[in-house]
Design a protein around this ligand. Sequence first.
Ligand SMILES: Nc1ncnc2c1ncn2[C@@H]1O[C@H](COP(=O)(O)OP(=O)(O)OP(=O)(O)O)[C@@H](O)[C@H]1O
Length: 217
Amino acid sequence: MLEISNLYRQFNNRPVLKAISLRLEPGEYVAITGESGVGKSTLLNVIAGLNRPDRGRLALDGEDYAALGEEALTRLRRDKLGFVFQAFHILPHLTLRQNVTLPLWLKGQGGPWADRQAECLLDAVGLADRAESWPRELSGGEMQRVAIARALVHSPRLVLADEPTGNLDPTNAARVLRLLGERIRTAGSMGILVTHSPDAARSADRVLQLTPEGLRG
Ligand SMILES: Nc1ncnc2c1ncn2[C@@H]1O[C@H](COP(=O)(O)OP(=O)(O)OP(=O)(O)O)[C@@H](O)[C@H]1O
């Protein structure tokens, strides 16, 4: 379960996140929409433990972030989170298969089994025949699909996806949204999708609106 209560975060004395509360049960998948600059990416970064809140409680499966040092937070991120960033963060010196396998390597799960998981995910995002390609050979949308495959390969407890269909055509967007929803619901994990797209938001179970006053919906 993800529990967020009364979270605040400001930058240079300017409040960005104010009184944010959210509770996600296993198997739940929500979309967060809201105006540009309202703090959606900041909220995902705080939930990912990449950014500490100024106030408020944040706990994943009962583990309170405030009680975790940097090393423990890194471990939580590695073991329990799958993150699709707006700037994909695909490693240029690894092939697509290696990029997608990376979260499994980091958990100490390498070898043929891990390769098969990566191939399965690359297939699911329509890139089965590109496993040995290098990131420099990819289009923006292909890169985005690799990032989604990598975020899901280790069956994380919580998937955080920041505008994951921003660079995709309607067919691939629908494919990726279906994959995200299916994986989260069948694995009983949790998902937060940040998007400006009403179509993408509708693919989640609930749509929440981030406003300067908090999360509504
Ligand atoms: N490290 C930082 N230092 C200072 N200000 C920041 C920092 N990170 C974010 N902000 C500010 O916080 C506000 C929220 O940014 P954020 O990227 O979370 O918005 P967003 O809702 O995701 O926007 P968009 O929909 O345009 O991607 C912005 O005004 C941004 O300038």
